[in-house]
Design a protein around this ligand. Sequence first.
Ligand code: C2E
Ligand code: CA
Ligand code: CA
Length: 766
Amino acid sequence: MRLAFAIIYSVLILLLGLFGMISRRSKRTVAQSVSYLEYSFIVPIIGNLIIVLSQDELLSTLGSYTYFIGMDLMAFSLFDFTLSYCNIPWRTHRKKCYIIYAILTLDIIQYFFNPFFGHAFGMEAIMVDGSPYYRLVPYFGQTVHRIVVYIAYITSLAIFLFKTIRVPRIYSEKYYVILFTMILAGLWQSYYIFSRTPIDRSMLALAVCALLIFYFSLYYRPFKLLDRMLANIASKIPEAVLFFDASDRCIWVNNNASQLLQINSDKLDSVKHRLAAMFDDLGEGQYNWTSKQTVGSGKSARHFDLKRHHVTDANNKKIGSFLTILDNSQEVHRQQQEIYEATHDKLTGLFTKEHLFNVIKNKIVNEKDVSYSIAYFDIKDFKMVNDIFGNAVGDNVLIRVANWIKENAQDNWTYGRIGGDAFGICFPTNGVRLPIVEQRLSAFAISNGTIDQRILMHVGIYHITDPSIDISIMFDRAHLAQKSIKNEYNTHIAIYDDKMRDQVLWGQKISAELEEALKQRQIVPYLQPIVNNNGKIIGAEALVRWIHPSEGFLPPFTFIPIFEKNGMIADVDKYIWRSACEILSSWTDEKSKLFISVNISPKDFYFMDVYAEIKNLVDEYKIEPSRLRIEITETVMMTEAESRMAILSKFRDSGFIVEMDDFGSGYSSLNQLKDMPLDVLKIDMKFLSKAQDNAKAETILRNVLRLSSDLGLFSLTEGVETEDQYKMLNGMGCNLFQGYYFAKPMSVTDYEKLCNEQFSDKKSSI
Ligand code: C2E
Ligand code: CA
Ligand code: CA
């Protein structure tokens, strides 16, 4: 029997040593404590091994010491393990822990005094298995020892008990398995202590306890917890989840699924029927199947992501499957909304420019046999609507125009808003009768209930002849056509032709060439004589010409309007003004009395201080200001009238003569005329001859000339082509004349020659 126990103890020692080593290698936080625990359980067993094997009192006593000190160490490590396993924060309970450690340490120390005082235990010899066996006789110290060990033990038990009760039920399993193990080992141990059997069989209990702790704390995974967690997760995830067995029978659904299918989670027989009614395909029999499906239509449409996964066993045999259904409607609607917002104009709800271009591109590519046209709609004077009536009215106009387009559009039209007040349409060329559109456009008005406000729309159309060109270029062409519509109230549509493009190209070409042309003196002033009522030349108007190296002689109408548009006119004018000053300063003798009139474009005022510019020139060339006459047109006064008048006054105050050019051709404001700082009224005969018969023209001229003299102005008639005209105007009291009848504009040299002849005639006549 002693031998049997010796063997059992040895095996237990080896086993515990092994567990201790294995625990050491584990990465779990509790591993260190488990390892100590395993090792510490070895010590009392070694003590018992010695007791069992020894036959003399000394060895048995030594074994007993090992046993009792081992029990203290064991209680020590059990307590340490408890703190670690139950996650008891060491710092907050430091004092209480110190008490346990202190009493255990004191208990160990008291054993060292036993040989001297004999207060803890003594030994008595009995016979076991026919040989002497030394059995322990406990005294007071031994009782203290037991109390101390029980305190540590019961404290550990209490902590486990507390944890078992306090944690959520699914977690308590983790604690109560160890709690039971510890109680079992404790009872077994206690039984031995009080039964006083010679050989300590409770060591087995200790070993079993150590083994169970080793297993439960390092390897045991509470399946109940796992089960619950998985079920919990499956019911909490946003998807509807349905589990099926190997024969595709539904065995479990989560809350979302029962809500989605409107079934009771315990009445799973109707699941398949419900699913089939809702979805087209359920991926049965397929591995890892996914599908996007829409249920319903329009605004109430719901969008679902379906996934089916198969579950297989270790041999890859199907044991079931699960289906997840995610209601993605919100996300899909959000995406649809985002796409809508990115492709539709906020104000009008029409396509945005980018989207319109894309749609048109696809249309043209896909329908090669249909010929399409592009229309560029522009609201005339929309800026003015905004400025005068405010943005809200402006927005309303845009919405009305957009609605008008929607109402008038046919099914196969594509349209959108392509800019501030511009709309674009792509339509099949043959499907549209332009005269009808023209008619509808001229009738288009916006009503606010009481007043109809006519909105003038101009439409440029480009018939797509080359579908391969960029949509933006097509719109540029339609835009070009639209811009070609002059401010006429009865034309609303213009169709692009290549001349328009050539014009644009021409504009680009000469704009690029201007700087060099000025440097190379290709731009020159021509002079057209101005005569007095005796027919004598008293001055000239400087009119620009471009002697182009490849294009030849260019008259102003080929480039002035272009430069007026892009502002480059300022460079041309400055150059002509300087040339005029140069010429004036070069004239000596009788020519030094002649003047030159220069043209000032309304645009010049935007790009420079016209007064300072011209004043500096006459100062630089030391010219009498009255010899450089200033020609302005009525359009100059159309904006910032007051400041423009101030500029003209400054000119006059400095001795310049200011002429109102082309009087009567523009928006004459006779009222304004009387306040204007002017010297000369320049009347163009061309404007008269066109529309009026002679008698009428005469009347107008007579009255304008009278008006001029009444206002104290000099009068100059230009465009005089015949002797009759000259005589008539002379008779009416006109002061100065200019026109082909006297001379066409000519080079400076020719002009000088002409003047020289006149002066020599005069001399010879004297
Ligand atoms: P404008 O200032 O009214 O100049 C008079 C135009 O009438 C000149 O045309 C001239 O050649 C033309 N003309 C003169 N007499 C007669 C005539 O008896 N019958 C007819 N049918 N025409 C006559 P041009 O030189 O072609 O200039 C056209 C316009 O170009 C000018 O009209 C002026 O507005 C502008 N322009 C010319 N040179 C300049 C310039 O240096 N600067 C600016 N800003 N504009 C200029
Ligand atoms: Ca002029
Ligand atoms: Ca003129």
